[in-house]
Design a protein. Structure first.
Length: 605
């Protein structure tokens, strides 16, 4: 196969084989910014000035470049069909990719290098998770202003149309090296580790001046795309980064980046992007990328029940960002048929729902109060405080530490309620009995920020995993409008392990039908657990491996939901979980809650 290159100095196009060509740069740009206008000669275009400046300052031996709007004949449909599939290989073969932006970057290379050097300690802290020993300097000391300064600089790169296009994402990920250049024509090389680590540091240490607003894209998209480029995890995670990116043809929101994911599906005519997405997820599962099976259940119930094993296209980024899993290793063969995934796993026991805990406390977007959230979960009761503390600790803490956490939950119950009722959460301060308790609580909050992001996905429930004499408290999270289906819930291990060895299990159920019909029905994916202690690994590895089928056309729960929704026009008809009691019991519980709420309001006055 051949492709064309453009001479930077003469503007002349020449054709070359993919296996034999001169060194070249590839330009990454957004068409809407008119950096290479179709009615302007390349030699006089704004984009050519950016390329020429970069060649002169950083690549003096290179004479050629590749620009999609020129090197592909935009008026020849056949040429597009031939050349577009080659773009992934072209960007991978380029000596460097030049990202041309339509804004002034306002930075110099010496300033970028100096700031990067000063942030080495913060980057090392994030990599080693040394929050307890190093966090003080970066959260409250001089390091905080350095982080804010760097985040401000990175945020400038997110302000143009380049950050909203699907094809530019793939171009960034496939590049050997990257140079950024804006309208001030100062080429910059920026270490990808800054995009990857700084948002994590700001979120974990609650550096509020670097949250929301102009920094939003750094958290939601740039951090993830840098992780993929740095090979920090499963390549397929590139597909979660499409949330803010669009393409002229909607199906290109999948086709335009799947080459970078390592999982590709055939191009089909007249498909909607949701259909292409479902085919891509099924192919990823077939190839053993089971992280996509273990994502939290997020999204409207109507979308979830199209196929419970396929995260809805519109919330794929949110679901993925709420998962602490990365690359998984299947326990055995994986296959997909009729939309259903058959995987190898272990049956661990049954899951019994004990109490609805609720959603995280987020009075304003992107301002989650983790401390108030856990306090509200405990509801001022010792029994719940101990169980919630234990379930959220994932085996990290000894019994005495869990008791200390539970004591803090009880002691701060009234203060947290007062702050919520008055809308003064920002002024809420935890009270502790000892310095040791304060240290444990601080570590607990940092652990929640880094390992328990699944709580952000929807509504949390306290549950118990039971098998013979084993009783283990855990927390599962379901979508906000999703009702838990009737019937016994099963706990299945399909190999979900975090990078530090914590266990994530799948919660599923089966149709209540019996006999031969039940045998043909696939299990319905209900939720996944929050991370559980790595000590489970030694226990569950002795359980028998067997095949489990989830989702697809034979999932009776999804089928019944769709059938009822079509006939009655209602969103959900699932029965409440039996362990929560019948309607009369629920009315009694609600009545008690109302009386308790009135009592608390009187007391707080």
């Amino acid at each position: 196969m051949s492709f064309r290159l453009l001479n930077v100095f003469t503007g002349r196009l020449t054709e070359h084989a993919l296996t034999s060509h001169p060194s070249f740069l590839a330009a990454s740009h957004a068409w809407s910014e008119q950096l290479f206008p179709p009615d302007v000669d390349f030699l006089f275009s704004p984009g050519r000035m950016a390329i020429l400046t970069t060649v002169q300052q950083r690549y003096p031996s290179i004479k050629h470049c590749w620009v999609d709007t020129i090197c592909i004949d935009q008026k020849d449909v056949d040429d597009k069909i031939r050349q577009i599939p080659l773009m992934g290989e072209i960007f991978g073969k380029a000596e460097g990719v030049l990202i041309i932006l339509s804004c002034e970057l306002g930075m110099r290379q010496d300033h970028v290098d100096s700031l990067t050097s000063q942030l080495d300690g913060a980057i090392a802290m994030e990599a080693e998770e040394a929050w307890a020993t190093e966090g003080q300097h970066w959260q409250f000391g001089d390091g905080r202003s350095l982080i804010a300064q760097a985040m401000k600089g990175l945020a400038r790169l997110t302000t143009t149309a380049w950050s909203t296009r699907v094809w530019t994402l793939q171009e960034y990920i496939l590049a050997r090296t990257i140079t950024w250049i804006g309208t001030n024509l100062v080429p910059l090389v920026i270490d990808d580790i800054l995009f990857s680590s700084l948002p994590v540091i700001c979120d974990t240490l609650i550096i509020e001046e670097c949250m929301g607003g102009e920094f939003d894209k750094l958290y939601k998209f740039f951090s993830g795309m840098a992780n993929v480029r740095l090979r920090r995890g499963d390549r397929t995670r590139v597909m979660e980064l499409l949330g803010n990116r669009k393409a002229t043809v909607e199906c290109d929101e999948v086709y335009g980046v799947m080459a970078a994911s390592g999982v590709e599906v055939s191009v089909m005519k007249n498909e909607k992007k949701e259909q292409v997405w479902a085919r891509w997820v099924e192919e990823a599962l077939r190839q053993g990328h089971l992280r996509w099976l273990l994502l939290p259940t997020i999204g409207p119930a109507s979308a979830i029940h199209e196929n419970c094993i396929v995260v809805p296209f519109s919330v794929r980024h949110e679901a993925s960002s709420c998962s602490v899993l990365d690359k998984l290793y299947p326990l055995g063969p994986c296959s997909v048929s009729n939309g259903a995934a058959t995987v190898t796993g272990r049956f661990l026991g049954f899951c019994h729902i004990e109490k609805r805990l609720g959603a995280v406390h987020e009075p304003e977007p992107n301002h989650i109060h983790r401390d108030i959230t856990v306090i509200l979960y405990a509801a001022g009761r010792w029994s719940y405080a101990l169980r919630v503390g234990s379930a959220l600790s994932a085996g990290r803490y000894k019994t005495r530490h869990i008791v200390s956490i539970a004591q803090a939950l009880i002691d701060n119950w009234s203060g947290a309620l007062r702050a919520v009722h008055r809308g003064s959460e920002e002024r809420f301060k935890m009270k502790f009995r000892t310095e040791g308790q304060a240290r444990i609580w601080k570590d607990f909050m940092l652990f929640m920020a880094s390992r328990l992001t699944g709580l952000n996905a929807g509504v949390a429930y306290l549950a118990t995993i039971r098998r013979a004499s084993m009783r283990v408290d855990t927390i599962i999270v379901v979508a906000r409008d999703q009702h838990l289906p009737a019937g016994e819930l099963a706990v299945v291990d399909v190999g979900g392990r975090t990078p530090d060895g914590l266990c994530v299990f799948l919660i599923a159920t089966k149709s209540t039908t019996s006999g031969a019909e039940a045998l043909s029905n696939a299990r319905h994916k209900v939720a996944v657990t929050l991370p559980l202690s790595s000590a489970f690994e030694g226990l569950v590895k002795h359980f028998k491996l067997e095949s489990f089928t989830f989702g697809g056309r034979n999932c009776q729960v999804c089928h019944e939901y769709r059938k009822t929704a079509l006939s009655d026009g209602i969103a959900s008809t699932m029965s409440p979980v039996r362990s929560l009691g019948n309607r009369r019991t629920e009315r009694v519980q609600c009545s008690r809650k109302r009386r308790r709420s009135k009592y608390l309001r009187r007391r707080l006055r």
